[in-house]
Write a protein that binds this ligand. Sequence first.
Ligand SMILES: CC(C)(COP(=O)(O)OP(=O)(O)OC[C@H]1O[C@@H](n2cnc3c(N)ncnc32)[C@H](O)[C@@H]1OP(=O)(O)O)[C@@H](O)C(=O)NCCC(=O)NCCS
Length: 171
Amino acid sequence: MHTEVCPVEAVDDELRARLLACWTDVTNAGGSVGFVPPVTEDGLAPYLDAVIERVHQGRELIALLRVEGEVAGFAVLSLSVSPLRRHWATVLRVQVRPEWQGRGLGRVLVAGVHDIARARGLEFLHLTVRGGTGLEAFYADFGYREFGRMPGAIRVAPGDDRDELHLTCRL
Ligand SMILES: CC(C)(COP(=O)(O)OP(=O)(O)OC[C@H]1O[C@@H](n2cnc3c(N)ncnc32)[C@H](O)[C@@H]1OP(=O)(O)O)[C@@H](O)C(=O)NCCC(=O)NCCS
């Protein structure tokens, strides 16, 4: 299985469609990437277009996971605008298409994000995880450690507030 993770600094219409389908399908399969199911492509489009706008401004970049040339997932690397924080970035929306999950591709994607971050001179990464998902265990293998949590920050449903766990990793 040939896999690659590439930095993307420009998104054309075809890639936009693949990213939108991925984000929608991952969310509707229960993934914690900013929304709860059900979502539609039309509903997520403004959020993806805001990401693409920041990518084109150089404020964010997309780490694109391809398997045999097909889009199988992505993550967003959000760069700091502060001159004092140029060695830090935040990782967002880490996702692998549902049919590809559980086959080691999440590890490939995160390792690729780290390679891209190092190549840009970054030294620290930050990301957040929805409490109750157990995802901190996935990131722990890469050296991420929890340094704090925002209590009840994520309301996944009325009466179901989750902490937002803040993790960091030194590259
Ligand atoms: C999280 C995600 C990116 C992991 O990708 P994946 O391809 O399924 O994961 P891998 O097959 O590479 O698994 C790597 C390891 O992480 C573990 N892992 C995967 N998902 C996990 C989860 N949700 N909770 C805890 N551990 C998890 C696996 O068990 C595996 O460990 P092992 O090798 O000891 O068995 C993927 O499942 C996904 O897209 N989920 C939906 C979106 C999401 O919730 N993203 C997280 C945003 S913070």
